[in-house]
Design a protein around this ligand. Structure first.
Ligand SMILES: Nc1ncnc2c1ncn2[C@@H]1O[C@H](COP(=O)(O)OP(=O)(O)OP(=O)(O)O)[C@@H](O)[C@H]1O
Ligand SMILES: [Mg+2]
Length: 504
């Protein structure tokens, strides 16, 4: 007799407002296995996990824990069964301290009934240290970078002695060394019999840590199997329904005049002596590892940070950008990373989130032209495969990746001449990635100057004409797209090579 799986979800069905989202899905997770849950944006991964986590109730189907039926009436019941849930949306309370967030709802008290603050801080510190994070447990969460919030979210799940941890895209904001730490931890947990359900769009991560996989497509089970038996192409094909090329895009076209010229840009402790130009129609990439100064550099160029030395010219004119408004006036658009925190307006409709920065396109005599707005939305919906039945609902009803696509559409629609995308495909599935690249290339053909910041070297390699590699706040190499390779980029990104700027 084969042993019982720890969790068995059988024939789960779920509809929202009459639209089926899960169609008889079955998922079994063994004790001590890391099980990847895969699928395109909107495939139903988070919904299935919300059902296991007691957040949503299934319309049909059963959940068995060690062979016994369990009703996950609410999140607490799920927790009592030993299940912890690291949500795709960060669930921190900004106005509470780190340790208060960690112990929210399960505060420790001393024998007199008072809060055991120091003990909670000690335990918080200990768990964070395991992930290599050194932050003060008494720091307010609002002061922390997104990657720390994500790590705290993970630590919180580790605090409860869970038997199964659901990780819904835990690494979107993490740097490579943080991801590696997490993987070590996951492997150790596995040895102690803890099971993990792991959701990610980064297929290399799946290969690195997962034992088995289950693929969903449009709410249906496609296949469950062993990760080691499949290559990435086969898995991608199961997810998207067709093969996706990972080739470099061939899109040479003549560039126009220089749109942006940056010289000697320096901000002490962040970046130093930055020189580069972007021409009209050119796609220029910046890549490197965490702490390379990339984000700070472009936050300065967009006016989020005031203090820097050096010169910025837009269309040949020197400009001093000390406020985002000035950047917009100068024709620069900036699509931030961590868009869920920085760019999405939750209680606004999907369609208005798209049109927000280009209202002028849809306005006549002070009235928004609904029909025009809707037509434009439908163009992006088709181009980027945005899964939404009614774009008038609030954006928080969309799957995480589909929210991302709407924000990308918003900036594709905004009429700025220079567009900076920080990690444009964060949280976006392989198929839609391809479509976003094509849209960006189409914009470059229209003469827009485009800057892509990405922590993934393959991404800049695929679409950029010119690639800059940064290390510790400096540009250590500059390649033309064809001149670079992932290995070469790594050398410069880790500082192991740095003889002035190499032109590949
Ligand atoms: N509360 C809700 N109300 C209405 N529709 C919802 C709700 N939650 C999810 N949906 C819909 O269910 C579908 C599946 O969403 P889900 O979040 O499960 O996708 P996902 O596979 O996690 O995608 P992603 O990779 O983008 O996170 C989507 O079409 C989404 O719009
Ligand atoms: Mg999701």
């Amino acid at each position: 007799m084969t042993p019982q799986p720890f969790v068995a979800m059988k024939n789960i069905e779920k509809s929202f407002n009459g639209v089926p989202v899960l169609k008889s899905v079955t998922l079994e997770v063994e004790e001590g296995e890391i099980h990847a849950l895969l699928g395109e944006n909107g495939a139903g991964k988070s919904t299935l996990m919300n059902i296991l986590g007691g957040v949503h109730q299934p319309d049909n189907g059963t959940i068995l824990i060690n062979g016994e039926e369990a009703k996950m009436a609410d999140p607490r019941v799920s927790q009592e069964h030993g299940i912890s849930f690291i949500h795709q949306e960060l669930n921190m309370v900004s106005d509470l301290k780190v340790y208060e967030n960690m112990f929210l709802g399960s505060e420790l008290r001393n024998k007199f009934g008072f809060l055991a603050v120091e003990e909670m801080c000690r335990q918080t510190h200990e768990i964070l240290a395991e992930l290599g994070v050194n932050i003060n447990p008494k720091e307010y969460v609002r002061n922390l970078a997104t990657s720390y919030k994500q790590l705290i979210e993970i630590s919180k799940a580790l605090l409860h002695k869970s038997r199964l941890i659901i990780m819904d895209e835990p690494t979107t904001s993490l740097a490579e060394h943080e991801v590696n730490r997490l993987f070590e931890l996951m492997k150790n947990l596995k040895k102690t019999g803890v099971s993990i359900i792991y959701i990610s769009h980064k297929l290399k991560e799946i290969q690195a840590v997962c034992d088995r996989y289950t693929v969903l497509r449009d709410g249906q089970l496609v296949k469950t199997g062993m990760v080691e038996n499949e290559d990435l192409e086969t898995i991608t094909k199961m997810m998207v329904g067709k093969a996706i090329s990972q080739e470099r895009f061939m899109h040479e076209h003549p560039f126009g005049e220089t749109a942006m010229e940056v010289s000697g840009l320096t901000s002490t402790g962040h970046f130093k002596d930055i020189d580069f130009t972007v021409r009209k129609g050119e796609i220029v990439g910046f890549t490197g590892l965490a702490g390379d100064g990339r984000t700070e550099l472009f936050e300065s160029l967009f006016g989020f940070r005031k203090k820097y030395a050096g010169e910025v010219k837009i269309n040949g004119q020197v400009v001093k950008i000390d406020h985002p408004r000035k950047a917009l006036q100068a024709g620069i658009g900036y699509v931030p990373k961590d868009r869920k925190e920085n760019a999405i307006i939750k209680d606004l409709s999907v369609i208005h989130n798209m049109s927000l920065s280009s209202m002028g396109n849809f306005e006549r005599s002070g009235f928004i032209q609904d029909k025009k707005e809707r037509e434009k939305f439908d163009v992006y919906k088709k181009a980027l495969n945005i899964k939404v039945h009614n774009p008038r609902i609030t954006i928080d009803k969309l799957s995480g990746g589909n929210q991302q696509k709407v924000i990308i559409a918003k900036w594709l629609e905004a009429e700025t001449d220079i567009l900076i995308f920080d990690n444009p495909t964060q949280g976006i599935d392989v198929g839609a990635k391809q479509e976003i690249y094509q849209q960006i290339i189409a914009l470059s053909r229209l003469g827009k100057a485009i800057i892509i910041l990405s922590s993934e070297a393959p991404e800049v390699l695929r679409i950029c004409h010119t690639i800059n590699v940064m290390y510790h706040g400096e540009i250590t190499a500059r390649f033309t797209g064809e001149g670079a390779s992932e290995e070469e980029i790594m050398h410069y990104a880790t500082g192991s090579k740095r003889e002035g700027i190499a032109i590949g």
